[in-house]
Design a protein. Structure first.
Length: 328
């Protein structure tokens, strides 16, 4: 299984590298204008970023569901059904939330190139970046992986003490909350990309992310493979760190277009493909925001590692258990 996962990851990395090389050749030339209103990211970058966001959140939902249903074996296997029903309802609710978000943003004037539209896009992008920094921040996830899973396990144990319809409804709600939390985050994250590049490219990325999530879910719940969840979460976390930098670069541009931030061009030569794929442009505000985000995320990771693992060892205490997924 590890060899298969390694082959899949190597293949995916090769495809991404090939796309970057193609972008560099196909779109080489002048440095992109950081204040241009359209055409900043390539379509492939939008699809890739959307797919990574969906896959990351889907992987976390599978991790939580795997922990919740780990003990539902033998005579208790039927208890998985209400959890699965709740998870399915959460997927439908996430789709409904998407259309609700589209309607609300449209009512606020989030479509078109009017000044109001630029303000809505800037505000949406800024909110998405703030939430992404919090949710995908390494320190937060050290707590999230253990605390969120532990919360669901405590709910599961309390529910198992009940009988009849209350147990069924409770397990369904457990599955619903485990999945809808991730679905709601995905809806929020993708709104800014949708506003800038349209729903079709975002939908393609969503389908790619769902396909990857479904593959991992099938291996977990149908084939009963013990996957290296923690390594997969760390790897996707690294990828999403890149997506975060892209979203910050895009959001800074939206703030500049809306007049919320000034634009200070720098005399730097930035290859065109860096703008098309990673929203890296030669202006002081965008580069400073991306560097600051990288420092915050990396700094919080090392701080969390020190506080939860290294400092307890230095004091002769038992370090906190590193978060690993239990078998499904």
């Amino acid at each position: 299984m590890r060899r298969v996962l390694g082959l899949v990851l190597c293949t995916a990395g090769s495809v991404v590298f090939a796309l970057l090389v193609w972008a560099a050749v196909e779109h080489g030339g002048d440095v992109p204008d950081p204040t241009a209103a359209a055409g900043r990211l390539s379509r492939g970058a939008v699809v890739l970023d959307s797919g990574l966001l969906v896959f990351r959140e889907g992987l976390e939902a599978i991790l939580v569901l795997a922990a919740v249903t780990a003990s539902f074996l033998g005579a208790n296997r039927s208890l998985r059904r209400p959890v699965a029903a709740g998870a399915g309802a959460a997927l439908l609710a996430s789709v409904a939330t998407w259309f609700l978000a589209v309607g609300v943003i449209g009512a606020l004037g989030g479509a078109g190139d009017s000044p109001t539209s630029l303000d809505v896009q800037a505000a949406t992008g800024l909110l998405a970046v703030v939430v992404l920094v919090i949710v995908l921040n390494w320190f937060f996830h050290r707590v999230y992986w253990t605390g969120w899973i532990g919360h669901h396990n405590r709910r599961r144990k309390a529910l198992l003490e009940r009988q009849g319809g209350r147990l069924t409804v409770g397990l369904a709600l457990l599955g619903f909350t485990a999945v809808y939390r991730e679905g709601f985050e995905v809806v929020l994250f993708l709104q800014n990309l949708r506003l800038q590049y349209g729903g079709r490219a975002v939908l393609e990325g969503v389908l790619v992310g769902l396909a990857l999530t479904a593959a991992v879910g099938a291996l977990t719940f149908l084939a009963h493979h013990r996957l290296p969840y923690r390594r997969m979460l760390v790897l996707t976390g690294i990828f999403i760190g890149g997506v975060l930098l892209v979203m910050i670069g895009e959001s800074v541009q939206e703030l500049q277009l809306a007049g919320w931030l000034p634009t200070t061009p720098l005399s730097l030569h930035v290859p065109d493909w860096l703008g098309l794929w990673f929203a890296v442009f030669p202006d002081a505000q965008g580069l400073a925001a991306q560097v600051l985000a990288a420092v915050v995320v990396l700094g919080s990771y090392f701080l969390a590692d020190y506080l939860r693992f290294r400092r307890p060892r230095q004091r002769g205490l038992a370090p906190a258990r590193r978060p690993d997924a239990p078998p499904a």
